[in-house]
Ligand binder design. Structure first.
Ligand code: KG4
Ligand code: ZN
Length: 344
């Protein structure tokens, strides 16, 4: 640890996780998390108003926990970073208002940053400076995008035309009667299933106009049709086989397009980020295919893939080192924020 590196506290509230992380330079000191996921489970998805209220209740205890785990006090913090978007606007407002209050109270600069860029930048905490150019495969409950990072600039190469990959996992899990959030449940069920049991579709695989775009809504429909047909025929449904086959379809299309993007853009490095990057099959298939293609693969450990405060602190710390000017104190929470807008 270089003691003179700035201490950055990051706040994340874009969805259902209240995350507060503290980093010194690229060193992770703490990553406190309070999740409202259980409050949403019975609705099968995140209820925005419920999430906002939960952030409000969790904010101060989570800040205190992050400071105590890091062994620092608030007066030691050099800068505050906060997710300004994209995300649920009410949830974002709680984080942004809290971060502004902290920054003003402490007299420290504030960085209002992009959640998607933060998902990618968290990898620096585990694997050191991001090489450039690097391709980012960003896969979460709300986003599935391929991006390119050069000189700290984030450019979108393509994205999903409909459902996000995490959304596809969640919707298929619901069809199979598995609880929300469905991604980890499918991952678990798939451990005992046959990934080749059912040949689910890989949408936009060969369409040159959509080389770096994704589409997952047809997959959910295909699973619903398949389940209905088996029920009509009176066949037993093997949840592990369906889970493994769906997971294979998603991992296959994500990795093949990410590797094509890396080859096309002459970028021999790939980082996979976002909640779906925690998926065990996606990680294994990406490792296999990147090794074959001579591409260096970087994937944060699962706890840093799903939403957390350390990723926001990591991006704030990166921007601070790069000499970026802090955000104006009146920057807004923005529910739709393009990945190219890294900092307000
Ligand atoms: O990045 P994240 O925590 O929140 C958003 O910004 O959306 O991603 C949440 C998504 C959910 O859809 C969840 O089902 C999915 O990530 N997810 C997974 C796994 N763990 C979380 N999907 C597949 N396999 C997993 N192991
Ligand atoms: Zn996220």
């Amino acid at each position: 640890m270089r003691i003179n590196e700035p201490l950055v506290l990051g706040i994340e509230t874009s969805c259902d996780e209240t995350g507060v992380g503290i980093v010194r330079g690229r060193e992770l000191l703490s990553n406190a998390l309070a999740s409202s996921v259980e409050l949403h489970a019975r609705f099968g998805g995140v209820v925005p108003e419920v999430a906002s209220r939960a952030h409000l209740e969790a904010m101060l205890p989570t800040i205190e926990l992050a400071c105590s785990q890091a062994g620092v006090s608030l007066s030691d913090i050099d800068a505050i970073a906060v997710t300004a978007g994209p995300g649920l606007v009410g949830a974002l407002i709680v984080g942004v208002a809290s971060a502004k209050a902290l920054a003003l109270g402490l007299g420290k600069p504030i960085y209002g940053v992009n959640h998607l860029a933060a998902h990618v930048m968290v990898d620096e905490l585990e694997h050191g400076p991001l090489p450039e150019p690097v391709i980012g495969l960003l896969v979460s409950g709300g986003h599935s995008s391929l991006i390119k990072v050069v000189n700290g600039d984030f450019t979108s190469l393509g994205q999903t035309l409909d459902d996000a990959a995490g959304e596809a996992f969640d919707k298929v899990a619901r069809l199979l009667g598995l609880p929300f959030p469905g991604g980890p449940m499918i991952d678990q069920a798939a451990q005992n299933g046959d990934p080749n049991a059912i040949d689910f579709p890989r949408a936009l695989r060969t369409d040159p106009a959509h080389a770096f775009n994704f589409s997952f809504s047809g997959l959910k429909t295909a699973v619903a049709r398949w389940v209905k047909e088996q029920q009509r025929l009176g066949n037993a449904i093997s949840v592990p086989d369906v889970a493994a086959s769906v997971q294979e379809a998603i991992a296959d299309i994500l990795t093949s397009k990410a590797i094509s993007a890396a080859v096309d853009q002459n970028a021999p490095h790939l980082v996979i980020a976002g909640g779906v990057a925690a998926n065990s099959r996606l990680r294994a298939l990406a490792a296999e295919r990147c090794a074959l293609a001579g591409i260096e693969l970087r994937v944060p450990s699962p706890a840093l893939c799903t939403d957390n405060g350390a990723m926001v602190a990591a991006l704030g710390s990166h921007l601070l080192r790069a000499g970026a000017a802090p955000s104006p104190v009146d920057f807004p929470a923005t529910s739709t924020l393009a990945v190219s807008e890294v900092l307000f």
